[in-house]
Write a protein that binds this ligand. Structure first.
Ligand SMILES: [Zn+2]
Ligand SMILES: [Zn+2]
Length: 241
């Protein structure tokens, strides 16, 4: 056991993490150096409810949320969904590249710290239908949620991977407009127990229109959730119609 730890230590010294952006040693256990971290498209001005990037004051509410508020109460998004974030999402989600998912989890954790969020009773990953999960071999949102709740900074957080299930294999959302997305998602989630006022945070990699998060928040509130927040690594800058 001791020798194994020593070998691991030696290997880590010999092959430290390199930054995925500049290629230099990152000096820490993720593939992102501090310099490149500062250059990322951090979302500093965004809607307080749906995290849509806004030009105005931080945490103002966007026109769409004022006209038709989503079922979730707040949304924290770390970065805008542009390069290099979109590459990490693609590598993590479609190629199973876990170092990319670890970088995404780190970005979200940093955003949660800077927003000083109230910690929820439960953290749940955006569920994948079992068939898609089986094809992919993992749920990227669950891996990101696991990285965050394992971190010493958030040991009080409880990741619940069984609370919500996706009961229908919905059509691929990115090919649909917002209205079709909402129709496509009706009744798509099942909550496995009553929530009696508990607060829940949904973890996801990317928030696009927010239709999935909205449908899941509706289902959680129907089971009695007191507050539902969305935590995502990236937010698309433009709404689809
Ligand atoms: Zn770098
Ligand atoms: Zn909004």
């Amino acid at each position: 056991m001791h020798s194994k730890t020593l070998i691991q230590w030696a290997l880590d010294k010999l092959a430290p993490c390199h930054c995925a952006l500049c290629g230099l040693p990152s000096g820490r256990d993720i593939e992102l150096c501090l310099h490149c971290e500062g250059e990322l498209p951090w979302l500093t001005h965004s809607c307080g409810q749906c995290a849509l990037p806004l030009a105005g004051a931080r945490d103002a509410i966007c026109g769409r949320c004022l006209a038709q508020p989503p079922a979730f109460d707040t949304c924290i998004a770390a970065c805008a969904y542009t390069e290099p974030i979109s590459s990490w999402v693609h590598r993590g989600k479609y190629r199973g590249d876990f170092p990319s998912l670890r970088v995404l989890a780190y970005l979200l954790r940093r955003a949660l710290s800077s927003h000083e969020v109230n910690l929820p009773d439960l953290v749940i990953p955006m569920p994948l239908h079992w068939r898609r999960r089986w094809q992919r071999g993992f749920n990227q949102a669950q891996e990101i949620g696991r990285e965050i709740t394992r971190h010493p900074q958030f040991t009080e957080l409880k990741l619940d991977t069984r609370l919500a299930r996706r009961t229908r294999a919905t059509t691929v959302q990115r090919e649909l407009g917002l209205v079709e997305r909402q129709r496509n998602l009706r009744g798509a989630f099942c909550i496995t127990r009553p929530l009696e006022g508990q607060t829940v945070a949904i973890v996801d990699d990317v928030l696009t229109t927010g239709a999935s998060a909205n449908a899941l928040a509706l289902a959680l509130k129907a089971e009695g959730a007191g507050q539902v927040d969305v935590w995502c690594c990236a937010r698309t800058p433009l709404q689809l119609k």
